[in-house]
Ligand binder design. Structure first.
Ligand code: ASP
Ligand code: MG
Length: 469
């Protein structure tokens, strides 16, 4: 009997109809003699809305809380009515939704009166998305006459440190608790339905595992239960060679290594966060990414070493938009130990994440890529910190750029990959503004003008014949 942890993302449970589809997918596997643990995200968009309302509550906007909770209740009640047929079950689930919303309202009102939003209270607010979605999925399974039981991550036994907003599991303790709580249900043939993303610290205070953290919940459970596979159900057939919106003939990649999958985290939310892969890498548990809309498609399988060795060097290419490039230069940086560190430290202290760095051996300038929305703040912080102090003489920026990233494990040690990529750019007349290749050689990233981005993706997809992969 196979043990499978199935995680369903926000779009998979976006509506009541989708939730029914999810319940049927789980039911099919259980009928085929699999033991399944279900992990669910919040309904699409709900976590973002919770982020917004918590900020508004902090500003003391009590009226907004009323309107928000009303709308949130309606959204979930509609989902209940579409996902569940049995009237009794509908009623029970409506009650859970109503109670959960009324608790949320109290929390938000509290924040509103205190006028303070701590990382701790923020996590508490953000936990409500999954606390509302998971009971509906659980009832939808019961509606199909399966025994299912709903758990928050906390009740399921996931214990983390107290790093609110980005908590990490205490894996040994968590495993022990999951054995006690979830394993006995398995024996009885009950399907546990667990909220993704949320857990609790050792004092029982609610924590979250970081945005997109439901995948992490799934891999934590898989490791604790020694599952055979983790299935991440989403709205695409798997990880693709590139964005099908740019190249309609983009292909699904059937097999990837953990390393490659981690490298592809930048390819957008469809791939997994590298942190979520860490637990399964250690225990060598395969992960499959697949689509709820095409459950017959077996998706992308991510393992330690794909069984069939591919000879493809570049396997995927992505364009990362909404970025900006900064150039920090100054003769004072040459031969001055710690000068790069100072630049990065100033940005880090101001919560500006640096996505890419490139420097030349001349040491006189440093190019950085950051999210475009953070460019203004990055520029002003750097100016305040450095200008007129000798180290840095000029800071310039370009905000009409994008990053192109080519990825593939076989790039390592293969000669001529970079030359083929850059020749393809030259042939299309595309100027390259900045380049970075880590010595892992799994990825070559470079910056071009945004207007050239799609052409650059097409040229690489063509050069490496990715539509034939
Ligand atoms: N709902 C959470 C988020 O949107 C977690 C998840 O979806 O994985 O970040
Ligand atoms: Mg989500």
């Amino acid at each position: 009997m196979k043990k499978i942890v199935m995680k369903f993302g926000g779009t998979s449970v976006a509506t009541g109809e989708n939730i029914r589809r999810v319940a049927n997918i789980v039911a099919d596997s259980v009928k085929k003699d699999c033991r399944v643990v279900v992990v669910v995200s919040a309904l699409a968009g709900v976590t973002n809305k919770l982020v917004e309302i918590s900020e508004q509550a902090k500003k003391g906007d009590e009226k907004k809380i009323q309107a928000f909770t009303k709308e949130l209740a309606e959204k979930h009640l509609v989902a209940v009515s579409k996902a569940i047929v049995n009237k009794q079950l509908q009623k029970e689930t409506e009650k859970i939704v109503a109670n959960t919303i009324s608790e949320l309202k109290k929390v938000l009102t509290g924040i509103c009166y205190v006028g303070e939003l701590t990382p701790k209270s923020r996590d508490y607010v953000l936990s409500f998305g999954e606390r509302l979605s998971a009971p509906i999925v659980c009832s939808a399974l019961r509606d199909l006459k399966f025994e299912a039981q709903f758990f928050t991550g906390k009740d399921a036994g996931i214990v983390t440190d107290s790093n609110f907003g980005e908590a990490d599991p205490l894996m040994d303790y968590t495993t022990h608790r999951i054995w006690q709580i979830i394993l006995p249900l398995f024996e009885k043939g009950v399907i546990p339905v667990v909220t993704g993303y949320i857990a609790a610290d050792q004092d029982g205070v609610v924590t979250t595992l970081g945005r997109g953290g439901s995948d992490y919940t799934a891999t934590i459970l898989a490791v604790a239960l020694a599952a055979d596979e983790v299935w991440i159900w989403t709205d695409v057939d798997g990880i693709m060679t590139t964005d099908p919106k740019i190249i309609p003939s983009a292909k699904k990649l059937s097999l990837l290594s953990y390393q490659e999958a981690a490298e592809m985290a930048i390819f957008g939310a469809k791939a997994m966060h590298p942190r979520a892969l860490e637990p399964v890498i250690k225990k060598n548990i395969p992960v499959r990414i697949r689509s709820v809309f095409h459950p017959d498609n077996d998706g992308t399988l991510i393992t330690k070493e794909p069984e069939i060795k591919s000879t493809d060097v570049v396997k995927a290419v992505a364009m990362i938009k909404d970025v900006a490039m900064l150039n920090v230069s100054g003769g004072g940086m040459v031969g001055a130990p710690g000068s790069y560190a100072k630049v990065l430290e100033v940005l880090g202290k101001n919560d500006i994440n640096v996505m890419m760095v490139s420097t030349a051996v001349s040491e006189a300038n440093m190019s950085l890529v950051v999210r475009r929305s953070l460019l203004g703040r990055a520029l002003s912080t750097l100016e305040i910190a450095f200008l007129g102090r000798g180290l840095v003489s000029e800071i310039t920026a370009e905000d009409d750029v994008c990053v192109i990233a080519a990825m593939g494990a076989n790039m390592k040690g293969t000669l001529g990959v970079a030359s083929r990529i850059f020749t393809a750019m030259a042939q299309k007349g595309i100027n390259i503004r900045m380049i970075a290749q880590g010595s892992s050689e799994l990825n070559i990233s470079f910056v071009v003008k945004e207007k050239d981005g799609e052409a650059a993706v097409r040229a690489i997809h063509n050069e490496f014949k990715l539509d034939k992969i």
